[in-house]
Design a protein around this ligand. Structure first.
Ligand code: GCO
Length: 460
């Protein structure tokens, strides 16, 4: 059944290249709404390289990746996919794929080398060229302001542990809103604050490499505060751009048919999802999550009067990064119930995306949703049929969510091309474009050819 549908799509794709998208649309068995955004996502440190060029300052990831033992094989993002120099070629690849949306992030320390104060015009110019190159190819820029790369100069002042970082971030955001104005239709403030908290500050395997859960939760609050202040800064410009955050969300399920497991799944939902969604979209922390914080937990003191009104400033959209579900036993242990990928933390469960999207609508109303990341790594270099299956199954789930009334407006797979996968270095390839890191040669994988057809047909 699956094999057959791939073959059918392949045949349609060959024809679709020669016809207008509206003609092709009729041939999709699962058509997406007209104007649906077909995208791919990347982030600055993972893709750009040029770490020391044109006045860029270091970020926490430059420092962390150069510490011995932090990254597999001692890899760093110094060169990465060299996108800083090859962005024109990359823009042409995006156009040839037919992308209508591209999510990337701005390197804060490229535009503000010490995080605040003097702007680096050469850094700003790079993003002008990138944005103009997207617009001239009919691709809508979706721009993330913070994808984990805190300027090192600010880290030395405490980074996100310091409440002032929220204001530094809002000032940086304001500088970007002024520089790019309405050429950026969609801004995303913070990417996956959960990962900063859980991996950067608790496990310590991401920058800045701390292992302090209490401090981590303070960081989480300050990230949310920075988000809210940036939303307010955008509103103050009077521009037409929209703004939201990109959250990594994971539907939680009891791993057993017992009251204990069901209770633990609710607790895990508070930790995984509601502690981020509720402040952003409802202007409050969930009571059950707050109850897990000890009376002397520093996060309690970090939450000041008025913060939640700022954090809960109206968002125009919600960015959802979906990689898989969470299953919890009666004792609160996390267990896997579905196949994984080369990323051993990942559980592949497409129906979880349907559950997640319909849940957002049910509990948070009709806020427009963009899938800002979804994907898997595979060791198949070019013939990545496993990724094609993954993408098709998740897009099918997304389509079902749209049928159920979820205002889903766009989909960005992770990732446009192979890149620096954080602590895994270059050992995990997440792209639909293969990058030979020795030559920087780009080659379309089977998944890229497949996605091109999906886009041409505006559906599966
Ligand atoms: C994320 C990340 C990406 C990762 C991807 C795969 O926001 O988690 O944005 O940077 O590369 O998720 O792990």
């Amino acid at each position: 059944m699956r094999r057959r549908s791939v073959l059918t799509l392949g045949a349609v794709g060959a024809v679709a290249a020669a016809v207008r998208p509206s003609d092709a649309l009729a041939s999709a068995a699962l058509p997406f709404p007209p104007g649906f955004g077909w995208g791919a996502a990347t982030s600055a440190y993972q893709l750009e390289g040029a770490a020391k060029e044109d006045g860029r300052g270091p970020s926490v990831w430059d420092v962390f990746s150069h510490q011995p033992g932090r990254i597999r094989n001692g890899d760093t993002g110094d060169v990465a996919a060299d996108h800083y120099h090859r962005y024109t070629e990359d823009l042409d690849i995006m156009r040839d794929l037919g992308l209508t949306s591209y999510r990337f992030s701005i390197s804060w320390s490229r535009v503000l080398p010490t995080g605040r104060g003097t702007v680096n015009p050469r850094g700003v110019d790079f993003y002008h060229r990138l944005i103009d190159g997207l617009l001239s190819r009919g691709i809508a820029p979706v721009v993330t302001l913070f994808h984990w790369d805190t300027p090192q100069a600010l880290q030395e002042l405490g980074g996100w542990e310091n409440r002032d970082c929220a204001s530094w971030f809002a000032d940086y955001a304001h500088t970007m809103f002024s520089a790019f104005g309405d050429t950026v239709p969609t801004w995303l403030t913070i990417n996956e604050p959960k990962t900063v908290v859980d991996v950067g500050y608790t496990a310590g395997t991401h920058a800045p490499g701390k292992q302090d859960r209490r401090l981590a939760n303070v960081v989480g609050h300050h990230l949310l505060l920075g988000h809210g202040l940036a939303v307010q800064a955008l509103r103050a410009t009077g521009g037409r751009s929209r703004i939201g955050a990109a959250l990594s969300l994971s539907p939680t399920y009891p791993a057993a048919d017992s009251d204990g497991a069901r209770r633990q799944a609710v607790a895990a939902d508070a930790e995984e999802n509601r502690r981020w969604l509720d402040p952003l979209l409802l202007g409050r922390y969930p009571e059950d999550w707050l109850a897990t914080q000890a009376a002397d937990a520093p996060v309690r003191a970090a939450i000041k009067d008025g913060d939640l009104a700022i954090i809960g400033s109206r968002n125009d959209l919600l960015g959802v990064n979906y990689y898989g579900p969470t299953h919890v036993t009666a004792t609160g242990s996390r267990v896997m119930r579905h196949p994984t990928s080369q990323a051993t933390w990942q559980e592949i469960y497409p129906d979880g995306l349907f559950d997640l999207l319909t849940r957002v609508k049910r509990d948070y109303g009709d806020i427009p949703v963009s899938i800002t990341e979804n994907g898997m790594p595979t060791q198949n270099p070019l013939h990545d049929q496993d990724r094609v299956t993954f993408l098709r199954d998740h897009l099918t789930a997304a389509h079902r969510a749209i049928q159920a009334g979820v205002p889903l407006e766009s989909y960005h797979l992770w990732s446009l091309m192979d890149n620096f996968e954080w602590a895994e270095g270059y050992t995990q390839r997440w792209g639909i474009i293969h990058v030979d890191f020795a030559t920087q040669r780009r080659t379309l994988k089977a998944s890229a050819e497949w996605y091109k057809t999906v886009i041409a047909n505006n559906g599966l």
